[in-house]
Design a protein around this ligand. Structure first.
Ligand SMILES: [Zn+2]
Length: 298
């Protein structure tokens, strides 16, 4: 029985965070960061390498995103899986009350945590992101067989406050080091809405924003201003999808809320309206989306 449970645990983990390694389509971005001394080469054989005379402006940081995950299993199986050669992440936060943060992959190397993914015009985010895995079952075990594709808020498990403190420190460090924009600190579900739900409805994005100035959040007054039933009803599905696209989500262009589109709505709600995560676009979710696009225009 124990063995079966262990195997099941591993399988759940692999489903939660499995990754693939496909080529990327690059998009342009601008970085204002200066050349660091560590990028000077010095010499190559008998030749001197001059890194100062001609310096290009056309460059940016390779790391542009932080992606947050839960492992969907316990410490033991999370470690086992994350040190294997199948999946990995740069950072691991265990379910422990200690003061340790584990760094499993050097930050200048790719970890395999995102899989097929897309956000803000970039795909295959393993190439451009730092991945953080938090040990948590994510969804309560007795709720996992629920046929509802969109588990409600109360199906998700709380994180330990110390886990959130550790994640906050990691994100602060990475965001400062690579100058990562607020909107690019994302959930795995944001970048792969039809495959992933982690880090789930109980990951406290609002608290991180308010307490640590981490990630994006809307202004309450903007949201209230957009809480207009008439305007909401008069906005076509295509136009609402355009708003989601504008924020960064990849979503199809049909004029209906098909399953893939509802997956995107659910991912958005997990992040920004978690207590009402249903997969249905409602007035409040619409108002939050509009408020975010007002605050973070492209
Ligand atoms: Zn994940």
């Amino acid at each position: 029985m124990k063995k079966i449970l262990a195997l099941l645990s591993l399988l759940i983990f692999m489903v939660a965070c499995s990754s693939s390694d496909t080529p990327v389509r690059e998009t342009k971005g601008i970085s204002t960061s200066r050349r660091t001394s560590s990028s000077s080469i010095g010499s190559m054989g008998k030749f001197k390498v001059d890194s100062d005379t001609y310096v290009s402006l056309g460059r940016n940081e390779r790391i542009q995103f932080v992606v947050v995950h839960y492992t969907a299993t316990n410490n033991e199986y999370s470690i086992k899986e994350l040190i294997s050669n199948r999946v990995s992440a740069h950072f691991l936060v265990l379910d422990e009350d200690d003061n340790m943060i584990y760094n499993l992959v050097p930050l200048d190397q790719r970890a395999w945590h995102a899989g097929a993914s897309s956000f803000r015009g970039r795909t295959n985010l393993n190439d451009t992101s730092i991945g953080i895995e938090i040990v948590s079952d994510g969804i309560a075990r007795d709720r996992r067989n629920d046929p509802n594709r969109y588990p409600p808020y109360d199906a998700y498990l709380e994180y330990k406050p110390i886990q959130i403190e550790k994640v906050a420190q990691i994100i602060k460090y990475v965001a400062a080091r690579y100058n990562i924009p607020a909107r690019n600190i994302v959930a795995h579900s944001d970048i792969a809405p039809s495959r992933k739900k982690d880090p789930g409805a109980k990951f406290p994005w609002k608290e991180l924003y308010e307490k640590y100035d981490i990630g994006a959040w809307y202004n309450e007054s903007d949201k209230q201003a957009f809480m207009n039933e008439e305007k909401f009803n008069a906005t076509s599905i295509s136009d609402i999808k355009e708003e989601l696209r504008k924020y960064g989500y990849e979503i199809n262009r049909t004029n209906e809320w098909d399953r893939d589109s509802r997956d995107v709505v659910y991912a958005f709600q997990l992040h920004f309206n978690p207590k009402n995560a249903t997969g249905n676009m409602d007035l409040e979710t619409f108002a939050i989306l509009k408020a975010l696009n007002k605050k973070y225009p492209n």
